[in-house]
Every structure is written in structure tokens, then in C-alpha cells.
Design a protein around this ligand. Sequence first.
Ligand SMILES: [Zn+2]
Length: 403
Amino acid sequence: MDERRRSTVRDLRRDNRSVLLWTLFANQPCSRQDLSEATGLSTASVSNVIRELISDGIVVEAGSVDSDGGRPRILLEMNPGRGYVAGVDVGETRVMVELFDLSMSVQARAQYALDPRVHNVDVVVHSIAAGLTKVLADSRIDPPAVLGVGVGVPGVVEQGSEVLVHGQAYGWDAVPLERLLQPVVDLPLFIDNGAKTMGQAELWFGAARQTRQAVVCLMGSGLGASIITGSPGRGGSSASVEWGHTTIELGGRSCRCGSRGCLEAYVGAEAILDRYGLAATGADEESALATLVSASTARAAEILNETALYLGAGIANLINLFGPERIILGGWAGLLLGERLLPAIREAARQHSLTHRFAQTSIELGSLGADAVALGAATLPMERFLNGVLTLREPASGDRAVG
Ligand SMILES: [Zn+2]
């Protein structure tokens, strides 16, 4: 066989392996027949690749189901303990680190509070390193079993020869986060915008599954959003937009970014508490907003109604600009506000958007809870593993799984 033909065969094998891994990951447990039907690959090709994946310990057999009149079908699933991925959420009020197995079940979690007024880079780097050490120790996992670490951060992430984070409202100016993390984290690193990683989590596992296009809104002290299209593994993508710094009122309240009248200066948690006359610090911002949301005073109602109006208008802008099938509100503040205000937010969005566009959009709460950014960050190394870009080291003798 000449070299070109040999490399084509090799590429084809790798493509088939990747297609089957993605399909199994999204539909597990399922049988070889199911995989053949879902991918269009012949049963012989599926059997060959699955044999290889079982031998590598990545896939295991998991019982069987009766098939109509035929032999029982053996079910397959990812071998959860064969490898791990870590996800980090660098937020306004905390750094959260989570470790997941190959089926994306969380194994351990560590969090460190941040002062939302100061986001010292050294403190964040130290918290990420300490968190990774802690989750590995708590789950008794050796670092080489971890495929990589995804990190979701606020602001614009420039993916050049050196990854730079431009978090203007966060107080970060061209921070070389990857270079700062490398000496303390000896694992492959993948850094991206937190709203984008949350969007990817909702696309893979949450409220954006099975949608053509969705906008995922991440609401904490500040605001971010991501536009997601397609489906995982089939050209699905997620791109972040600086929604929080779109102008909602000319010459309005001053924003942390230096401008005036930004949406974030009205409906970011910090801004809501400020409008309510309640200055909060640290993780207290979360309990202060919870107190406001559950308060029954006229003043609280007034602030919340105004918040729903601004937020609804901000969402209407997203609807008119992008015409998504679904808008998903998430982040700790988004979930907290949405629980009480969703009907009012929907009504304000309806009033401020074009009738036809609004009719084709649903506005929902995220379904993955407040740690969706960390889960989404962990999908960054996971997607590279499923694509065949990241590989696991050979299993030590004894921990090779048998179906
Ligand atoms: Zn701003």
C-alpha cells in the first residue's frame, strides 16, 4: 500500500472511531445495531471499532436487551472510570473546580470565594491550582488519568499563540492566563469564555438540546451570552457575545466597563443590589439577591418589576438580532430571578421584540443549575477526546475494565 493510501485508511479508521464515540457518548447505553443505524456505518465496521474501543478500556458492555425475535442485543456504554476531565468556572464571586468521569458525572468539587470588587489574577491562579489538587485528592485520581482542564472565564478570550483574557468589566487587561497556569497545572489547558462554555453544556446536556439555534444568557454579578447552533459533534458551535455591555439607556448608570447605560449596569446582580440600596460583598451577593427576590415589600417589588423590564428588553434585542428558537436564562442570578420573574420577563420581551420573531422563540430557564459553566468548561477537553485529538494513556494492569 502506498503512503497516501495508508494514511487515508488511517484517517478513515480515526473518523469512524470518532463518529462512534460521539454517537455512543450521546446515546449510551446503546447496542452495536443502534450505532450502525445512527451512523450509517456497516455492522462489520461498528464491530471492528467497538472491539478496539473495548480493548482500550474506553467502552464497556453493560447488560443486554431483548430484540424482536432475535438474539438479545448487548448494550454498550463509555467506561466512566477510564479517564477524567476537569472544568473550572472563574466567576465574579467564586472559583469553582469540578472533576468529571468519562460519562460526565461529577466526582468531586472545590470552591473558593472571590471578592467581586477585586479579581486578583494571582488569587484566581492559586485557587484553580488548589482546586485541582483538592478534587484529585478527594476522588483519589492520579493526574495522568485526566485528559485536560477546561477553564471558563469572563470577558473576551483571544486564542492566539498565547491565550489572552480581555475582561474589561472584570478588571483583567490582556491577562496571559494559560502561561500563568502552566507552571502550576501540569495538564492540557483549554481556556474560553464562561458564557460560551455554559452554552456548550446546555447544548450537550440541557435546555438547548435538539434546537437549531439558541442564545444562552449567563447572569451573575455581570452578564454574558453565547449563541449556539447545530448539535454536538456535528459542527455544533457556540460563540460568546458581550450582551451585558450593549446600551439599554443612553447616558444611564455607569458600568464597570467604563461606559454608561449598559444592560449589565441595570440587571447584573451587583447593579440590582445597588439599585435596591444594598451594597453587598463576596459570596454575600448571592444571599443578598435571594433575600431581595423573596422579599414582599413594595420597594422590593418595584426593583424586581424594573429588573424584569430591563431584562426583557435586553432579551428582545437578542430575539430581534438573532431570531433564536430558544433563549435560556442561567447563571446563579439568572436562575434566582427567573424563578420569580419569568412571566414578567417574557411579557417585557414580547413588548420589545418583533411579533413574528417573538412567536418563534421560547424563553426558558437553564436546566443544569449553577455549575453549568464548570460542566461546560469540562466539555472542552472532552470534545477533543471524542474527536481523537486527546488520547488516554495506557491503562495500568489491573484497572483495564472488562465488560
Ligand atoms: Zn458596560
